[in-house]
Design a protein around this ligand. Structure first.
Ligand code: Z5A
Length: 203
């Protein structure tokens, strides 16, 4: 299965992607854990451009940079892993472009949908982790470290992103499972394992 984890800042995606990959490995399944932007050498270079620095990209350029990184990631990492029979657990995928660039930054969502069509790869299951805006922000403050270009944007931006993720999940119920990520880490992990078990039975 190709499983993606999505959500706004501090929702706990990286924590849950690691727990999910470990749980699948413990069942003897071959698993690749990867992330976006990044997940292939060229895509990691683009990640540096997108998250670091202070460039004020035009909306189309920023959207296309995310899709350039994604094209590299899909071709060099994800497709080969799926072809080799692996489970792929990916921390963010194209829904993040819709949520951040589309809903958050106001980029043309039809343009993004057209690019999604060109990627030609749809996750089997997308877990959308939902936390109240203030909870996500306070988790990131607790984690410490330098804020990236997106984390530096204001609370109204992050509220639009979170609302965008809820809209994306509602529009694709056959693929997306919206889970509250407010409970503790183990409780969220248990909900994800239930969603994966259901998804793998119906997929
Ligand atoms: N981006 C974009 O704009 N367009 C795109 O197409 C793509 C991405 C693909 C990537 O940043 C940025 O790129 C991202 C969107 C943008 N920017 N933002 N904001 P990244 O890869 O560096 O990081 P991230 O994906 O944004 O992750 P995050 O929001 O920083 O964190 P997280 O993965 O959701 O959470 P975490 O690291 O697992 O946990 C954060 C803290 O909370 C940590 O201390 C945990 O121990 C704690 N935590 C986690 N879960 C819980 C629960 N359940 N209870 C209590 N505490 C918890």
């Amino acid at each position: 299965m190709f499983i993606t984890l999505e959500g706004g800042e501090g929702a706990g995606k990286s924590t849950q992607a690691a727990l999910l990959a470990d749980a699948l490995c413990a069942r003897g399944l071959p698993v690749l854990r990867t992330r976006e932007p990044g997940g292939a050498p060229g895509a990691e270079l683009l990640r540096g451009l997108l998250l670091g620095g202070t460039t004020d990209w035009s909306q189309r350029a920023e959207t296309l940079l995310h899709f350039a990184a994604r094209a590299e990631h899909v071709e060099k990492t994800i497709r080969p892993a799926l072809a080799a029979g692996m489970w792929v657990v990916c921390d963010r995928f194209y829904d993040s472009t819709l949520a951040y660039q589309g809903y958050g930054q106001g980029a043309d969502r039809d343009f993004i949908q057209a690019l999604i069509g060109l990627v030609g790869l749809t996750p089997d299951l997308t877990i959308v982790l939902d936390v109240p805006d203030a909870v996500g922000a306070s988790r990131l403050r607790g984690r410490g470290g330098a804020a990236d270009r997106y984390e530096r944007l204001d609370t109204a931006f992050h509220a639009r992103v979170n609302a965008g993720f809820r809209a994306i999940a509602a529009a694709a119920p056959e693929r997306c499972v919206l889970l509250t990520a407010e409970p503790g880490i183990e409780a969220v992990h248990a909900s994800i394992m239930t969603a994966v078990a259901r998804g793998s039975r119906t997929g």
